[in-house]
Ligand binder design. Structure first.
Ligand code: PBG
Ligand code: ZN
Length: 329
């Protein structure tokens, strides 16, 4: 007699037999309140300009910013990260600490339109400097401590304009400590810092640089991190925690989920992840070509960020997700 086929003793499929059972044992779920929406605002522009590298995303004229904020708020979006597209660039990005500069005006316009919308501006210089680097550029180097001083001025200006939280992204040593001390000294101890704690020198920023007209020639490898270094990422993130960061962010997201997961185990602060322009573009262009089911892929990606350990996510898909979630109801 032949042996009968051996029967599995451990059966796991019973845990996913029905939608109700799957719902019952699901470990992670994202919600709209986890998502921060980056927006691009350009001065001296009369109509919205679609960004060719990021279909579905446009540069919003400054004059239409309040309308856009109302639209986002109505959809349930509560967190925006404004990026300015400046026509007032110089060697050091001085428009960023002008109380009537684009950064200050964006923040004021958003808070005036909708006081309940949390505004989390990117704090950096690359969109406001003629050379496109993230700080004071001299002899082919970005000068660290000279840049710190200007980051503090920019931060205090943004706080004065009404920013709720700041997202410094210049990757200068000591920037979180300098900004924290500068904010506290100016009476803004209530303004939080979402630190770009781990920011890799990534080719996934390509679409973003087109989006914001960044003039950069060369690269940022002397200040942003080497994508090969996962342990170094943890060392640097924990430095930001020591310096007073309120939230630690990893950027980009998808290629660095190991860093998110490892950081989750090393800190008790909230962990954020930034799904950058190249990640958005990859999904969007594949979807436009009919190769991917966009909504399912986006939901899967966001769920993956949560599973890896992210509490919050910066994503260009936020507005679209808000629309999808409203339709799902
Ligand atoms: C600027 C900045 C960058 C991004 C956010 N802030 C680009 C860069 O460092 O070149 C990238 C965002 C994205 O790619 O979506 N410091
Ligand atoms: Zn920058």
């Amino acid at each position: 007699m032949t042996n009968p086929i051996s029967v599995p003793i451990k059966r796991v499929r019973r845990m996913r037999r029905s939608a109700n059972m799957r719902d019952l044992v699901r470990e992670h779920e994202f919600k709209l309140a986890d998502l921060i929406h980056p927006i691009f605002i350009e001065e001296n522009l009369t109509e919205a300009v679609p960004i060719s590298t990021m279909p579905g995303i446009s540069r919003i004229p400054e004059t239409m910013l309040a309308d856009e904020i109302h639209a986002l708020y109505k959809l349930g979006v509560r967190y925006v990260m404004p990026f300015g597209i400046s026509h007032t660039k110089d060697e050091i990005g001085s428009d960023t600490w002008n109380d009537n500069g684009l950064l200050a005006r964006m923040v004021k316009t958003i808070k005036a339109a909708c006081p309940d919308m949390m505004v989390i501006p990117d704090i950096c210089f690359c969109e406001y400097t003629t050379h496109g680097h993230c700080g004071v550029y001299h002899d082919e180097h970005v000068l660290n401590d000279e840049t710190l001083e200007l980051l503090v001025r920019q931060s205090v200006t943004a706080a004065k304009a009404g920013a709720d939280m700041l997202a410094p992204s210049a990757m200068m040593d000591g920037q979180v400590k300098a900004i924290r001390e500068g904010l506290d000294a100016a009476g803004f101890e209530h303004v939080a810092i979402l630190a770009h704690a781990v920011k890799f020198a990534s080719a996934f920023y390509g679409p973003f640089r087109t989006a914001v007209d960044c003039e950069l020639s060369g690269d940022r490898k002397a200040y942003q991190m080497d994508c090969a270094n996962g342990r170094q990422a943890l060392v640097e993130a924990l430095l930001d925690e020591e310096e007073g960061a309120d939230i630690l962010m990893v950027k980009p997201g998808t290629p660095y989920l190991d860093v998110v997961a490892n950081l989750r185990r090393k800190t008790n602060l909230p962990v954020a992840v930034y799904q950058v322009g190249g990640e958005y573009a990859g999904i969007k262009f594949a979807a436009l070509a009919g190769a991917l089911d966009e909504k399912r892929v986006v939901y899967e990606t966001l769920t993956g960020f949560k599973r890896a350990g992210a509490d919050l996510i910066v994503s260009y898909y936020t507005k679209q997700v808000a629309e999808w979630l409203a339709q799902d109801k």
